[in-house]
Ligand binder design. Structure first.
Ligand code: HAS
Length: 573
């Protein structure tokens, strides 16, 4: 990507170690290949749910098996690999120091092995537990071990970034840490906070049960530990996107980041509030008192604050850029943004994500409003909300940046540039249509995670629901448009990857200068925010976990999604 007429702010490319370059490339290409499988199963979901398919399985893979693949590949594997690869690029680029290659390859090997183990378990039908894998659905031990290896591998990558970071700090006493580095460190701090409870869940509850060492599992405790992980997980996904939005989007718009302080505050605020909110996924569950549900609802409102700040900061940054490019008037400056500029194509990927996120964010606030959530919980409203977040800004920025890094690191030109710039727009049309259908259906009681092709969307079935027809049609049309956008992306991505190099492959990032470069001491150090996060976690989770441990819930035996009776077969089968 060239940035014409921007010589004053052009960012230098870095020649990096060939081993690190190869590793970043594989960490991007491997999950993009898996994404083909993940997205195929997304399309199949919409077809089952619309009643286009009236079967329990297609090509030997069942509905719930496909849904598990869709969620695990897209939401866990693709995101974690991307965050690690992007983290390596940010740390190496901004801190300018080589990283320990042995540690990097160890992390890489663990993540690849873990993914293969988990994928094997899902494909062989032994881990049909959906991406939330909460009991009493039980997976084969290799699924849990595989996921654990992916997580441990990603931790090791983060630990590998600490020595160069501390060395940089020692050499640059009194200087501000680059904003992108603060963002990527915030990402992995949130990840560490998130993954500790899920590690406890897997090691102490799920694995012993899955190995057959214990007959039953404590479901309420497992679910609470899962959501202790599950909500910070979504900010682990969001933070790399915010790093791109704050450090690259302003420059792509032709200008500067309106406020450096807003970026730092957003990253650190998410460290503080991303975890003590998990019970907002459990508003309807018994065994948790309303007091703690209310406390988590309150904290959830606070976790949305930095996203509001982000909306205003990015709008101001884009306005500044557009006015620098000749934009005039109260509204007229919007016309000067590079929506279809083939050289600044990444702008389109970021901008479309922002547009989708307006509705994804507002529906999040609806979910968080405790009593409103009772109406939408476990309906198709939920996948509509989370596709407008994770499959909106996050997916578009991740695939855009994957293509950008691959092109830069291999020295290739983007192939089919006009198609490339159309991808985010087609995707946006698709996802808005798809989620409108799911929102309408959800508000009318249409359930999520249901093979409606054999029930509510099957005119031959007693359960047939004619009044969900509009929702079904919109959902499947939108899903098909999304699949078309993804197909075009894959063509561009692989055509670029397999084309001839036209220059030396280097690490190059887009770097925005700040317009207001404030120096606010409160956002110069992680320490007070980490202490605050620890305190909030104790306040938000110690009482409900104690409550759950003291309750006398009977343990549950294992179930599979297609049978209402517990599984009778030997434990680890
Ligand atoms: Fe959520 C459920 C609440 C954000 C993901 N969420 C989920 C699930 C997922 C998920 C995956 O309180 C389902 C899990 C499952 O399988 O059960 N969510 C929120 C709230 C926010 C929020 C309050 N969620 C996210 C993000 C996600 C994500 C981000 C992925 C990364 N969510 C909930 C709740 C539930 C839930 C409940 C459980 C419900 C239930 O019943 O189970 C907030 O963080 C959102 C704040 C965002 C904003 C938007 C700011 C807008 C911006 C764009 C500006 C645009 C510009 C362009 C500048 C306030 C930044 C302008 C251009 C023009 C043309 C105008």
């Amino acid at each position: 990507m060239q940035l014409p007429n921007e010589s004053t702010t052009a960012s230098p490319a870095r020649t990096i170690e060939p081993g690190l370059k190869r590793m970043i490339l594989i960490e991007i290409i491997f999950p993009v290949v898996l994404l083909i499988l993940g997205i195929y199963h997304g399309l199949m979901q919409t077809l089952y749910r619309a009643g286009v398919i009236h079967r329990e399985q297609v090509l030997g893979l069942g509905y719930f098996q496909g849904l598990t693949l869709h969620g695990v590949v897209n939401a866990i594997v693709f995101t974690t690999f991307f965050a690690v690869a992007f983290g390596y690029a940010i740390v190496r680029y901004y801190l300018g120091r080589p990283l320990n290659p042995k540690v990097a390859w160890l992390s890489f090997a663990l993540m690849i092995c873990g993914t293969l183990l988990a994928a094997g378990a899902i494909l062989s039908g032994k881990a049909t537990v959906l991406y939330t894998f909460y009991p009493p659905l039980r997976a084969h031990p290799t699924f849990y071990i595989g996921l654990t290896l992916v997580v441990v591998g990603s931790w090791i990558a983060f630990f590998n970034w600490l020595p160069p970071y501390f060395a940089w700090k020692r050499e640059h006493l009194g200087e501000k840490t680059p904003l992108a580095v603060v963002g990527i460190f915030a990402t992995f701090i949130v990840w560490l906070i998130a993954t500790i409870p899920v590690a406890i869940e897997i090691i102490f509850l799920l694995l012993p049960w899955s190995m057959g060492w214990v007959a039953t599992v404590n479901v309420p405790l497992a679910r609470m530990l899962f959501w202790f992980f599950g909500h910070p997980l979504v900010y682990f996904w969001l933070l790399p996107t915010y790093v791109m939005y704050y450090t690259m989007l302003p420059k792509l718009s032709g200008g500067k980041l309106f406020s450096d302080f807003a970026g730092r505050l957003t990253f650190l605020w998410l460290v503080l509030f991303s975890a003590p909110v998990g019970i907002h996924h459990q508003f309807t569950e018994p065994g948790i008192s309303t007091t703690w549900k209310f406390v988590h609802a309150f904290f959830t409102m606070l976790v949305a604050v930095p996203s509001f700040a982000t909306a205003f900061t990015l709008a101001a940054s884009m306005e500044y850029g557009a006015r620098e490019r000749g934009g005039r008037g109260l509204i007229g400056w919007w016309k000067k943004l590079p929506y279809l500029d083939k050289d600044r194509w990444l702008f389109a990927y970021f901008f479309c994500g922002l547009v989708i996120f307006i509705s994804g964010g507002i529906t999040g606030i609806i979910n968080a409003s405790y009593n409103l959530d009772v109406v939408v919980h476990n309906t198709s409203w939920l996948p509509a909300h989370f596709h407008q977040t994770v499959a909106g800004p996050i997916f578009l920025s991740y695939i855009g940046m994957s293509l950008f890094l691959v092109a830069k690191l291999t020295g290739k030109e983007i192939r089919f540039p006009a198609w490339n710039v159309s991808v985010p727009y087609i995707w946006t049309v698709g996802i808005m249509t798809f989620s409108t259908g799911l929102f309408i259906g959800g508000a009318n009681g249409e359930p999520r995670r249901t093979n409606m092709g054999i029930s509510y969307a099957n005119a031959q079935s007693n359960l047939y629901h004619a009044d969900w027809q509009v929702a079904r049609v919109l959902g499947s049309v939108g899903g098909t448009i999304m699949a078309i956008a993804a197909l075009i992306f894959f063509i561009v991505f692989f055509a670029t990857l397999f084309s001839k190099a036209v220059r030396k492959g280097e690490l190059e990032l887009i770097v925005s200068e700040p317009y207001h470069d404030e120096r606010v001491p409160a956002v110069q150090s992680f320490t007070p925010w980490l202490a605050g996060a620890a305190l909030l976690l104790v306040i938000a989770y110690a009482p409900p976990i104690t409550q759950t441990l003291r309750s006398h819930f009977p343990g549950s035996r294992a179930y599979s999604p297609d049978n209402p009776s517990p599984i009778k077969i030997a434990p680890a089968d």
